[in-house]
Design a protein around this ligand. Structure first.
Ligand code: IMP
Ligand code: MG
Length: 186
C-alpha cells in the first residue's frame, strides 16, 4: 500500500503484524535475560513512544518505565553539536537499564546516551531498538536487542516521523524508489 506525506511517497515495508510478532519475541528474550531482576526501561522521545508501549507490555519483570528526550542544537563548539538529556529523573545507580530507541542510524545518539548514562553508575546498560541500519552505523559494538535490520533508506510510521508527520501510522513505511521509467507515460 502506498502513502504520501508532504512531498514524499512511501510504501509499506513492515506490516503491523510482523512488528507485533517480533516485539513479542524481544519481550520474551528480555524477560529471560533479566530473570528475577528489576529493570529500568528508558524510552527516548519522541520516536520510541509506540515501540516502548508495546515492548513494555511484552516484558514480564518488575519494570520501571520512564522517558527521556535528547536535545540537540548547534553550538559554537568545534563539534558543532551540543547535546543534553532532558527529563532524566530516575536514580539509575545500581540499576539494570535498557535504553529503548525507535531506530539506530549512525549511532551518534545512542553513543552519547551510553556515555552519559554510564556516568550514573548503573549495574548494566543495554540497548533495545526496533530498527537498525547497519550500513549507516559508525561504531563497532553490537546492539543488544534489535527488532529488524533494515537497509539505509528513510522509514516512517510506528513512532518514526518525516518532518513531524507519520508517527501515528500503525505500519512501517519506506521511501518509495522513484520510477526511473516515469517517462513511459509521455
Ligand atoms: P542516529 O543518531 O544517527 O543513530 O539517529 C537516530 C535518530 O535519528 C533516531 O532516533 C530518529 O529520530 C532519527 N532517524 C534516523 N533514521 C531515521 C529514519 O529513517 N526515519 C525517521 N527517523 C530517523
Ligand atoms: Mg529518535
Amino acid at each position: 500500500m502506498n502513502m504520501t506525506l508532504k512531498d514524499k511517497n512511501f510504501e509499506v515495508y513492515l506490516s503491523r503484524s510482523e512488528v507485533k510478532k517480533r516485539i513479542h519475541q524481544l519481550g520474551e528474550q528480555i524477560t529471560r535475560d533479566f530473570q528475577n531482576k528489576e529493570v529500568v526501561v528508558l524510552g527516548v522521545l519522541n520516536g520510541s513512544f509506540v515501540f516502548m508501549a508495546d515492548l513494555c507490555r511484552e516484558i514480564n519483570l518488575p519494570l520501571i518505565c520512564t522517558f527521556i528526550k535528547l536535545s540537540s542544537y548547534d553550538g559554537t563548539m568545534t563539534t558543532g553539536q551540543v547535546r543534553s538529556i532532558l527529563g532524566l529523573d530516575s536514580d539509575l545507580k545500581g540499576k539494570n537499564v535498557i535504553i529503548v530507541e525507535d531506530i539506530v542510524d549512525t549511532g551518534i545518539s545512542i553513543e552519547y546516551l551510553l556515555k552519559t548514562i554510564s556516568d550514573h553508575h548503573p549495574e548494566s546498560i543495554a540497548i533495545a531498538t526496533l530498527l537498525f541500519k547497519p550500513e549507516a552505523f559508525r561504531f563497532k559494538y553490537a546492539i543488544d536487542y534489535v527488532g529488524f535490520e533494515i537497509p539505509n533508506k528513510f522509514v516512517v510510521g510506528y513512532g518514526l516521523d518525516y518532518d513531524g508527520l507519520g508517527r501515528n501510522l500503525p505500519d512501517i513505511y519506506q521511501l518509495s524508489t522513484p520510477l526511473i521509467n516515469s517517462i513511459k507515460n509521455v
